[in-house]
Design a protein around this ligand. Structure first.
Ligand code: FA5
Ligand code: MG
Length: 420
């Protein structure tokens, strides 16, 4: 169950998306700043790095069908229930997802289209779309981003093609100059499915890993170095309600592990729901911004939304070129200390949502710098550092003060907190 019944940002009029009207209810929590992103469709703008990357991946998996859904609206059933998310999964909370109302939401991942697409009897496809999540604020997280879902399934009586496919892929991968670490093991924590013959499950898992490693080789093979070092890629074990075994792939980037994708062997339950229970195979969901940041050397995820010609004119279809920063403008820090509300729960994502609604892309990071509990009264306070910086120009201190005041006013009004 979502943990709150009232949304922080209460819309006034029903949402109208792609000509359809969605009546409001107590779940409706999409602010105007998010709604304004819906028509941008970065993944179909020919010169945009997200679209360039999509096309390169589509040409790598050249036999797969390419799909681009038109509306970001899905049912809660499609996004969560159908994929086996438990009723109390944190991703369902109003603090984590954007709801039009109790029935409809902005998809949080492209997996929301899995069952519907399997139902069309497609066996190998790539589906690219904008996805929406309430999230923290930093250089690699943004509330709107793009995912590509990729999947390959076979009739169970045709799985005997896999050993040969795997042999070919592993030959090709011998030429790969990247360091790909894979310490993962299938076991009780990340098992094969009981419905699967373990020999088949192992072949599918191998084909998944080989296919993704070969994509990584294709994407990163040429520019295999980052700051003079060979790019490090690693596989780790993961958990998703709709795959097992499950994995994530990360790369070492700017001093930390950056997660690029999640993947796994498709749960038989998902295929059963789509009426193709006689098939088995794998699926992945990759974050296009994360990969584009590494490939095009784009240091901040907000840049993808820039309409500045100095950004967008740097890229052309089919080409991976390094982004040349036009200038880094000075940051401006402002701290905000407050006592948490006594009668309601404080969620950082709600705070970030207000910050973004006020400051948009002028806010670069929101960082918790102090967390204090009064020894006598037990009251809790937090101090956040808001780092303002424009991608396109210098901000004046006065301008930032106006934003900071506005954030302050709104968090007091809407979150019931008290400034210190
Ligand atoms: C998923 O969304 C799963 N649907 C992936 C999947 C598909 C698993 C098919 C198995 C089978 P996850 O929440 O980890 O998983 O997100 C996938 C990728 O999206 C991440 O690895 C990351 O690259 C990207 N991503 C996640 N959150 C953000 C964000 N706030 N901003 C930018 N990219 C993000
Ligand atoms: Mg993940």
């Amino acid at each position: 169950r979502p943990s709150r019944t009232h949304s922080i940002i209460s819309p006034l009029q029903p949402y109208i998306i792609e000509g359809k009207t969605y009546p409001l209810d107590s779940f409706s929590n999409i602010p105007p700043s998010i709604l304004s992103k819906l028509p941008r469709s970065l993944h179909t703008q020919p010169n945009h790095p997200i679209s360039i990357l999509r096309q390169i991946i589509e040409s790598h998996f050249s036999t797969f069908n390419s799909i681009i859904p038109s509306s970001p609206v899905v049912t809660v059933h499609e996004n969560f229930d159908e994929l086996g998310f438990p009723p109390d999964h944190p991703g369902r909370a109003l603090t984590d997802s954007y709801y039009l109302n109790k029935e409809h939401m902005l998809r949080t991942h492209t997996s929301a289209h899995e069952v519907g697409t399997y139902r069309k009897d497609l066996n190998s496809w790539l589906l690219t779309a904008d996805v929406y999540r309430r999230d923290e604020i930093d250089s690699s997280h943004y509330p709107v981003f793009h995912q590509m879902e990729g999947t390959h399934i076979w009739s169970k009586d045709q799985l005997n093609v896999l050993p040969e496919l795997n042999r070919k892929l592993s030959m090709e991968l011998k030429k790969c100059p990247l360091i790909i670490e894979d310490p993962t093991k299938v076991g009780p924590n990340n098992p094969y499915q009981i419905e699967h013959d373990p020999v088949h499950a192992a072949e599918i898992t191998q084909h998944l890993k080989h296919s993704l490693n070969s994509l990584i080789f294709r994407l990163f093979g040429q520019s295999a170095t980052h700051e003079g070092e060979p790019l490090r890629v690693r596989w780790i074990e993961a958990f998703f309600p709709f795959t097992t075994p499950s994995y994530e792939v990360e790369v070492w980037w700017n001093g930390e592990w950056l997660e690029l994708l999640g993947c796994g062997v498709v749960m038989q339950r998902t295929l059963d729901q789509a009426g193709v229970g006689h098939k088995a195979g794998w699926a992945f969901g990759l974050g296009l911004e994360r990969i584009a940041m590494v490939l095009f050397d784009i240091p901040d995820i907000r840049l993808f939304w820039s309409t500045d010609p100095r950004f967008i004119s740097q890229f052309s279809p089919g080409q991976i070129t390094q982004f040349k920063p036009y200038s880094k403008y000075p940051p401006c820090y402002k701290d905000m200390s407050f006592w948490l509300p006594i009668s309601s729960v404080f969620h950082e994502n709600d705070f970030c949502e207000i910050v973004r609604d006020v400051a948009g892309d002028l806010v670069e990071t929101v960082e918790l710098i102090d967390d204090f509990t009064h020894p006598k009264t037990g009251r809790q306070s937090k101090c956040y550092r808001l780092n303002y910086r424009s991608m396109d120009r210098s901000l004046s201190n006065e301008e930032v003060n106006v934003l900071q005041d506005q954030v302050q006013r709104r968090v007091v009004q809407e979150m019931g907190i008290e400034m210190r």
